[in-house]
Structure formats: C-alpha cells, structure tokens
Design a protein around this ligand. Structure first.
Ligand SMILES: [Zn+2]
Length: 321
C-alpha cells in the first residue's frame, strides 16, 4: 500500500464538509462527510475537521506520517501564503486563521485554496478537462463560482479575487446581488435567483412544490419546466440566457477549449447545458463557437475535495511559516 502516495483533501462547504484520503490517481480511498454547522465559528469547525481527518486515516489503517500533504478548499477568498481565509460569506468567516489550528495538530505540509479552484483542478487532472490546456469550470448552485486553468496551470490572478464570474455584470441597473452590487450574473442565473424568480412567475406554486416544508426549490422548478409548465419554463429560459451571456464573455476573454458546467444546476444536461450550448453557439464569435466545447462535470460534488488534495503538490498554495 505504501508504494502509493496519499494526501488528504477537505472541502468545507456552507452545509457540509467532505474529507477524503486520495491517492495519486485521484481515487478516493476513504471518505467521511459531516454537517458544517457554520454558526459555530472556525475554531470549532477546525477541531471537527481534525477529528474527521483522524477518522479517515483510521478507516484506511494509516497514520498522518504516511501522508504527503493536506489541502483545504473553502467557499471564499483566501490568502494561501498566510493560511488565512479572508472572507467566506456562507461560513461567516473573515480573516480566519483556519490552517493555523490544523497545523498545530498535523506536522505535514498544508495548503489552502478556494473551493472553485480545487474543483477545476480536479476536473483538469482526472475529469472532464483531461487532455486540455485551458479550461473553465463553472459551479452553478446557490451561487455561481468559477475556476480557471490557463496553459495547464491553475490561474490565481494577482488580486486574490479571480474567477468571480458570478459577479460579472450582465445588467447596468439590474437586480440587487448578495455582494451589494447590482446586475451581477449571480442575481439572474444562480439557484437562489431561479427560486426567487420562480416565486414571481409560477402561478400555481402549490401544484409545483413537491415538499411543502422546503417551499419552492430549484428541483421543483426544473421538474415543472420539464413538464412544460409555462412560468417555470420562462424562469429557466431567462436564467439560461444570462448564464449564456456570462459564458460568452468568459470564452471571449480566456479562450478555453472547454467550459465545464458543474453544481446542482450546471450538471442538468437537458434543461441547462443544452440550451446554454445553443446560446453560446448563436452569440459568440462563430469560429470560437465551433471550437469551444461546453460539457458537464465528471467528478460531481467530490471535485473540490479531490482537487484540494493536490493543491500543495501542484501549486503555490503553500502555507509558508
Ligand atoms: Zn454580485
């Protein structure tokens, strides 16, 4: 077993935390999932992550010294050199020295990165981006995130806020966004935006909602649109047009060979990916439209966890003490 190299990848999401023991080919050898409990703060969460790492090692019969490194993907901006989560709105973390707590427990190299960056790196190494030099991976769920691989390198930018496609502007004086701005893509094409618009446009909401305790969900809207219900179809048509705009802009800027759609909404082939392809074909430079491939993700929701395990090995995402 020990001829293989292993790392730990941890994806800290707004609702749950996935921790996995990953081999050099991206295979998950052991994994656990817990609820985040984001209201408890980063110290408590760090302690729980430490226990989760130990659980995963126990499952595999390994020790921490058997590992090459450990990496974390978080839903926010980070200062990877300082091991600091600068701002993660879904966790309510600001300037959180998260990796410092982890480092006290485990004497191995630790890397910290943004979850969307970890996800695109996993798709590049082992998923839908294999064989490409330049890819963009959009995660369309509650919000819209994006990671970029340019010339086979994870693109980190210079200002730490790279790939914020969800906050690219698609309307001058448009809908308010959670970031405080107006007219952001996220306010038109995220799951949250689709739910909100669904409540405005779907007439028979009670007939569409599948679980009254949850209220109107994006799944309800997708199902209703699939059945041809008019309001639901209009909600998706609008969202797809805006998403298409964001993607056309992205393609014209970076020229990726592939745009990978992931997340709860992005991976819906018939109602999201297909119409997005049609929009992009119609609205981007024709020579670009013929070349770029828009595809759904292959690794699913474990992509950020798998990619996080390779952040230290492959990138400048290193904790320097
Ligand atoms: Zn915004």
């Amino acid at each position: 077993m020990m001829n293989e190299t292993y790392s730990i990848g941890v994806d800290i999401g707004g609702t749950k935390i996935n921790t996995g023991l990953i081999d050099a080919r991206g295979q998950i050898k052991a994994m656990t999932t817990i609820l985040t409990g984001s209201e408890t703060g980063y110290e408590v969460i760090a302690d729980r992550v430490v226990r989760q790492v130990r659980t995963v090692l126990d499952q595999a019969g390994m020790e921490i010294t058997d590992l090459k490194s450990m990496g974390f993907g978080v839903p926010g901006t980070v200062n990877s050199q300082a091991g600091l989560v600068l701002y993660a709105p879904n966790l309510d973390w600001r300037e959180a020295p998260f990796t410092e707590i982890i480092r006290r427990e485990f004497a191995i190299p630790i890397a910290l990165g943004q979850d969307t960056h970890a996800a695109v790196w996993a798709e590049f190494l082992f998923g839908a981006g294999v064989g490409c030099r330049n890819i963009a991976c959009l995660t369309i769920g509650t919000g819209i995130g994006c990671g970029l691989v340019i010339d086979q390198q994870l693109y980190l930018g210079g200002l730490k806020y790279v790939g914020e496609v969800g906050h690219s502007l698609v309307e001058l004086d448009g809908r308010p966004c959670s970031c405080g701005n107006r007219g952001c893509l996220e306010a038109y094409a995220s799951g949250t935006a689709i739910q909100k618009r669904g409540r405005e446009l779907i007439e028979d909401i009670d007939g569409v909602v599948q679980d009254p305790r949850k209220g109107l969900t994006t799944q309800d809207i997708l199902k209703a649109a699939g059945e041809g219900r008019q309001g639901a179809q209009q909600v998706l048509d609008e969202a797809v047009s805006y998403l298409g705009m964001g993607i056309v802009n992205l393609i014209h800027l970076f020229g990726p060979e592939k745009v990978i759609l992931s997340g709860g909404l992005g991976s819906v082939e018939d109602l999201i990916a297909d119409p997005v392809r049609a929009f992009v074909k119609e609205r981007s430079y024709s020579n670009v439209a013929d070349l770029v491939e828009i595809t759904t993700a292959e690794l699913g929701e474990v992509a950020p966890m798998i990619g996080a395990a390779f952040l230290y090995r492959d990138h400048r995402y290193q904790f320097r003490s």
